[in-house]
Write a protein that binds this ligand. Structure first.
Ligand code: ADP
Length: 354
């Protein structure tokens, strides 16, 4: 089996619990529930899903910026959730975060040199920090002679390059990137993504890449993990997820991505509006929106199961829609296939009413 650099095993994060004695208070909400994932050396795992599904929380748990409510986080087989002192510091050096807005939490009076050098100071790295900052700036395509400038003097794309340089200062093995290009114009997005691909190849980096933008994910990911309401519902290689998605939610999500070919732009399947209320955590959390939902989906939580090599799906009925779905281009149902599928679902409901 391939070694994992980062591994999450059945990780939970519950917010708002613990009001009672011994953390037994009720009323907590799951931001993340039973999430397992792994990032292997040199690969990019993209974490996708609509806003609020728990992607950022997962990233923060991996870095232990917040504590887990259950489960394990391992980095290079070492337990991050229990690490302390020097061990935790060393683990944190080896995985770094790239944020959507790298300057939100930084002092605007700091020069770029200070911003990039700060992790070197915090971690008391020996050596010539000035030379290291120059080297990092050149590495991300910035002019080292601009190091004395302030962040606001740079464009959005350049600012993200500064954020990446800062994240690379300690020579990490893994970058956890939380929507790193979402705030940028599309043309600039491509430049930053290309930089990230180039850095990955040159430095042997791995990425956990969080994005709600599937066209970005298509460009950068090796594998894709799909989250829905705090749970991991599907994961597999990029090719599998984009061309043979199995979970009805993944299919719906993919079919709503604008197609590059204008003739195919209209989505064949619409995402129904998410109802305001999150249903109870029993059963499948997608069942209210799912054409395949059955009585079993209300009572039994679907666990991720293997449907092909390296392809996991948490759905009791994943195989049933497959015969109706076009292979190429992913999840899209042609209008004819959509009608046949609806007929199939109606007949199935008549056979076994929920
Ligand atoms: P995403 O990154 O996919 O948009 P998040 O991980 O930010 O999702 O959020 C997942 C869920 O957890 C959301 O319902 C969000 O409201 C909730 N959440 C996030 N942070 C907190 C917090 N500090 N306290 C309470 N709830 C939170």
């Amino acid at each position: 089996m391939t070694r994992s650099l980062l591994e999450l095993r059945n990780v939970d994060k519950i917010y708002g619990r613990g009001a009672g004695l011994f953390g037994s208070g009720r009323g907590g909400t799951y931001a993340v529930e039973g999430v397992s994932l792994s990032v292997r050396p040199g690969e990019t795992l993209a974490l996708v899903g609509e806003s609020g599904c728990g992607k950022s929380t997962t990233a923060r748990l991996a870095l232990r910026l917040i504590e887990t409510s259950g489960g394990e986080v391992l980095f290079d087989s070492k337990d991050v959730t229990r690490a302390r002192g020097a061990t935790l510091r060393s683990l944190r050096e080896r995985m770094q975060m790239v944020f959507q807005d790298p300057f939100a939490s930084l002092d605007p009076r700091m020069s770029v040199r200070q911003i990039i050098a700060e992790p070197l100071q915090v971690h008391r790295v020996k050596g010539d920090h000035r030379a290291r900052v120059d080297e990092l700036m050149a590495l991300v395509g910035l002019r080292p002679d601009h190091a004395g400038r302030f962040a606001h003097e740079f464009s959005g794309g350049q600012r993200q390059r500064i954020g990446i340089a800062r994240a690379l200062a300690l020579n990490p093995e893994l970058l956890i990137c939380d929507e790193p290009v979402s705030a940028l114009d599309v043309s600039i997005q491509a430049q930053v993504i290309n930089l990230m691909l180039d850095l990955r190849a040159r430095l042997g980096l791995s990425y956990l890449f969080i994005s709600h933008d599937l066209s970005v994910v298509r460009h950068i990911a090796d594998r894709v993990a799909v989250m829905h309401l705090g749970r991991m519902i599907e994961s597999g290689t990029k090719a599998r997820i984009f061309s043979a998605p199995m979970h009805p939610y993944t299919r719906t999500m993919l079919s709503a991505v604008p197609q590059p070919d204008p003739g195919r732009r209209k989505p064949a399947v619409r995402i129904p509006a998410t109802s305001g209320a999150i249903p109870g955590r029993e059963g499948c959390l997608y069942r209210d929106r799912c054409p395949l939902a059955s009585a079993r989906c209300a009572s039994e939580r679907p666990q991720p199961r293997s449907v092909a090599e390296g392809h996991l799906v948490a759905c009791h009925h994943a195989e049933e829609q497959a015969p109706f779905v076009l292979g190429q281009g992913g999840a899209v149902l042609t209008p004819g296939a959509q009608r046949r599928f609806e007929l199939y679902v109606r007949k199935r409901a008549e056979r076994s009413p929920a």
